[in-house]
Design a protein around this ligand. Structure first.
Ligand code: UGA
Length: 462
């Protein structure tokens, strides 16, 4: 392996999940030598062979490139990683525990391993918490555990929080060109070390306390989730008023104080972050005697949105028992194979419980969905089949539901409609253009498009 460019520290990544792998490759692309370690041997083997274990645009190509440049290498133990890496980034999951509180066990196991490994290493080291942890964790929990396990003091070991803002579907881009870098270091030397490390990224760097940096991460996600929930709430009102939520939100978002992004109404937010982070933040705030009403409202609206979607399906399709429904898009959003907290799961569960046959399709997430469905309790007279092609999913369907706006569904073919028993589509993302639907002979009901039967068309009636 090529040595790091002169004076450039070697970077170590512990945890090669979506975020760890993309972050590590980001450092490699900016010229650092990066070592990666994951407790799961199958993940190590896959990454070592140059196969990204996740479907994420550009990830595979970047991995192959940085491997061949010998900038990114997988190691088999924390000891090996810590021996060579001066900066050690902890990128392990922090799932939801009881009552929405954060479960720190995977992180603490990793901290113990890295701490013990640090006993054997020589020279200054910086351990950086990239995992999302509730404010106060880096200083109050991680740093003391690291000092204890490593036997090191502050002079030999810097500790910092450095949250990431990578969104699935654009992780590579976000890792290569972050719009900001947030650093919460335990001391000035550590902050300086991190500022220097991030210099090649050419992004504004914000130095805060560790708790401040951790709070930036949660506040960002809470605010984004609130924007989505706001748009979702307006989508329900739009349906009643005969307005199109996209037209409304575009005109609203053109105000630069509001901004256009994250105002796209849909079936409710999913993914591994928003729900978990909002619960963790509200729960931590409650412990501190503060009610975070905005985060709680975002979560409640998200639950209401799911209930609305199910009601919409029932009212548009009619009684669901014995019906055949194509569920198009199983991931939590387009551009990823991740099905964590995907709305496709409760939608499929509901349809199956009502006695429908669900024909699920997704361009990349079939495997993850199958595994998640097996883990999920479900019962009812209906059942779920997963289909490799859109055609298969649509054959003899009484209705189709677009849950994710994957590009493949936007180019709807007339032959697809012809396979269906009824040419009816419920579009939860309003992805299909009316002209494309007309050409394909398809009747589309867009959630939030304001064209539901029985709406007032915006007129005030007495
Ligand atoms: C989110 C944040 O966007 C990232 O900045 C953050 O780093 C990441 O969480 C994290 O904490 O690790 P992600 O969960 O990958 O990223 O996905 P988002 O693009 O934020 O989407 C979340 C959910 O909101 C999806 O279900 C998406 O469909 C939904 N959404 C998003 C909408 O329904 N409408 C929108 O306008 C935007």
């Amino acid at each position: 392996m090529k040595p790091s460019r002169s004076n450039r520290p070697v970077v170590g990544i512990v945890g090669l999940g979506y975020m760890g792998l993309a972050s590590g490759l980001g450092f490699a692309a900016h010229g650092y030598t990066v070592l990666g370690y994951d407790v799961k041997i199958e993940v190590r083997d896959s990454v070592r062979r140059g196969n990204a274990p996740y479907s994420e645009p550009g990830l595979q190509e970047l991995l192959r490139r940085e491997r061949s440049r010998e900038r990114f290498r997988v190691v088999d133990s924390p000891e090996e990683l810590v021996r060579a890496a001066e900066g050690i980034f902890l990128c392990v999951p922090t799932p939801s525990g009881r009552g929405g509180r954060i479960d720190l066990r995977p992180l603490l196991r990793c901290v113990a391993e890295v701490g013990e490994a640090l006993r054997l290493a020589h020279g200054y080291r910086v351990v950086v918490v990239k995992s999302t942890v509730v404010p106060g964790t880096t200083e109050g929990v991680v740093a003391p555990a690291l000092y204890r396990h490593s036997g090191r003091g502050r002079l030999e070991l810097g500790v910092a929080s450095n949250p990431e803002f990578l969104a699935e579907g654009s992780m590579v881009e976000d890792a290569l060109r972050p719009d900001r870098v947030v650093v919460g270091a335990s001391d000035v030397k550590t902050e300086r070390w991190l500022r220097r490390l991030y210099q090649p990224f050419d992004a504004p760097i914000f130095g805060l306390t560790p708790a401040g940096a951790e709070l930036v991460k949660y506040s960002s996600n809470a605010f984004l989730a609130l924007k989505v929930s706001f748009a979702n709430e307006i989508s329900r009102l739009s349906d009643r008023l005969g307005a199109n939520v996209d037209d409304v939100m575009e005109a609203v978002g053109r105000d630069p104080r509001i901004g256009l992004r994250f105002l796209h109404a849909g079936p409710g937010f999913g993914g591994s972050c928003f729900d978990k982070d909002l619960r963790a933040l509200s729960s931590r705030a409650r412990q501190l005697g503060i009610r975070l009403r905005s985060a709680e409202a975002a979560l409640e609206i998200n639950d209401d949105q799911l209930a609305y979607v199910l009601k919409l399906l029932r009212s548009v399709v009619g009684p669901l028992g014995g019906r055949r429904i194509a569920l198009l898009g199983l991931s939590f959003k387009a551009g990823t194979d991740d099905t964590r907290e995907s709305r496709a799961l409760p939608i499929a569960r509901y349809l199956v419980a009502e006695g429908a046959t669900v024909r699920g399709h997704d361009p990349v997430a079939l495997g993850n969905f199958r595994a998640a469905w097996r883990r999920m309790p479900h019962s009812g007279r209906g059942h779920l089949d997963l289909c490799r092609t859109v055609e298969e999913a649509l054959t003899r369907a009484d209705a189709a539901v677009v849950q994710v706006d994957w590009p493949v569904y936007l180019d709807w073919k007339r032959s697809w409609t012809e396979r269906m028993a009824r040419p009816l589509l419920v579009d939860l993302r309003r992805a299909l253009r009316p002209s494309a639907a007309r050409r394909a002979g398809l009747t589309v009901v867009g959630m939030g498009a304001g064209r539901l039967p029985g709406t007032t068309g915006g007129r005030v009636t007495s």
